[in-house]
Design a protein around this ligand. Structure first.
Ligand code: ATP
Ligand code: DP6
Length: 349
């Protein structure tokens, strides 16, 4: 089976993947198991040195079951999502040879070996900052490297998607589109890069962590309830998003910040309107989130051109995209003025 007779070897790889923030949101599935969305979405991938996941995947004949640790704590792998990613990667595994260690793992061996995975997020988990996106993208990438799969990033994205929908967009840098696809088996539901990270490098992303508490309604549960109860969601997916996707692609291509910011803010607000239109309603934003929106709206209106776009995922934390470094500096000064450190006093706003 293995060139190495010893049971003591461990072969491991480490990968790092940034999170991504949607500017046209994914909210709603047409297939819960395969994680197939009801609309296309577009995101921007953050700089890997900031919000990111680091995952080490290891294999050894000494491992007797697949195990995973998230932020230092062992987690259950009984859920289907981890198993789907692992199964899809195992099915594509190739021979691995490490001559220095005298290790040879054949394609067939992978079906019998178990993996241990340790993953760390350097930012709050399950707080609406897309930890599942960085997490499952990194998992698919690390397992792919470990098992020497030959798939390209788009094909890997379709595997990461089965861990968490938004994860498929984190396999690329820059602006990324998740094409919803039409096939029932999900083979055409994958991510493609629209532009790389250099295309629009004036943009500066500032994240205002309003709360790092774990949210009450997960994205998975929230979007299921929206699909079941919100008429606005159906209208959004059919009538609004297809047009917005085209407009957003154009705005990104032309580095047109006025259109980009208008579309980003409108889409975030519509996503939260869908949450309110869900029965029972879901409240992801809080008073501080609403105040941040008002500050940005007021500021943008007082300038000749918009300075900052805001977007909120399934939580109260604000993702603010400034048109350039000057706007980002001014934004941070404003945030510190309205929300002084160590003070709850928001009354000056
Ligand atoms: N590094 C990781 N590796 C594997 N799975 C992870 C990792 N980080 C988070 N997850 C999974 O993602 C879940 C959190 O996903 P959830 O969608 O609820 O929150 P979020 O991704 O932080 O926020 P949102 O997607 O709404 O912006 C965790 O409970 C865990 O199952
Ligand atoms: C609001 C969002 O961040 C929702 C992300 O939802 P998830 O990708 O976390 O959901 P699952 O596919 O059920 O794992 C919008 C987005 O990222 O497009």
């Amino acid at each position: 089976m293995m060139a190495s007779e010893s049971q003591n070897w461990v072969f491991m790889v480490t990968a790092q993947t940034p999170t991504n923030i949607a500017v046209i949101k994914y909210w709603g599935k047409r297939d819960e198991t395969l994680i197939l969305p009801i609309n296309d979405s577009i995101s921007v991938t953050l700089d890997p040195s900031h919000l990111c996941t680091t995952t080490t995947a290891a294999v050894s004949p000494a491992f007797h079951q697949d195990r995973m640790w998230l932020n230092g704590k062992e987690i259950s792998l009984s859920g289907g999502r981890f198993q789907s990613c692992l199964r899809e990667i195992r099915a594509r595994a190739c021979d691995v040879e490490d001559e220095t260690k005298g290790i040879k793992i054949t394609k067939e061996d992978w079906g019998k070996l178990h993996v241990h995975i340790a993953s760390y997020n350097n930012f709050p988990t399950a707080a609406g900052l897309a930890s599942s996106a960085a997490g499952f993208a990194c998992l698919a990438y690390a397992l792919g490297k470990l098992m020497n799969v030959k798939e390209d990033e788009s094909q890997l994205s379709a595997i990461a998607r089965q861990g968490s929908g938004s994860a498929c967009r984190s396999l690329f840098g820059g602006f990324v589109k998740w094409i919803m696809g039409k096939e029932d088996n999900g083979s055409d539901s994958l991510a493609v890069q629209l532009t790389d990270e250099k295309h629009w490098d004036d943009l500066v992303i500032v994240i205002a962590v309003v709360s790092s508490r774990q949210k009450e309604t997960s994205s998975t549960t929230g979007m299921r309830e929206s699909v079941e109860t919100s008429l606005l969601l159906q209208h959004r997916a059919k009538e609004i998003v297809p047009k917005r996707i085209l407009q957003m692609e154009e705005a990104i291509k032309n580095r047109d910040f006025a259109s980009f910011s208008q579309l980003t803010c409108a889409d975030s607000n519509q996503f939260h309107a869908v949450c309110l239109d869900t029965c029972p309603p879901i409240f992801y934003m809080n008073d501080t989130s609403h105040r941040i929106i008002s500050i940005v709206e007021k500021w943008n209106r007082s300038e000749e051109a918009p300075q900052v776009a805001y977007t909120f995922d399934a939580g109260p934390n604000a993702v603010l995209i400034a048109r350039n470094r000057n706007a980002a500096t001014s934004l941070i000064q404003r945030l510190l003025y309205y929300f002084p450190p160590n003070s709850d006093d928001l009354s000056r706003f």
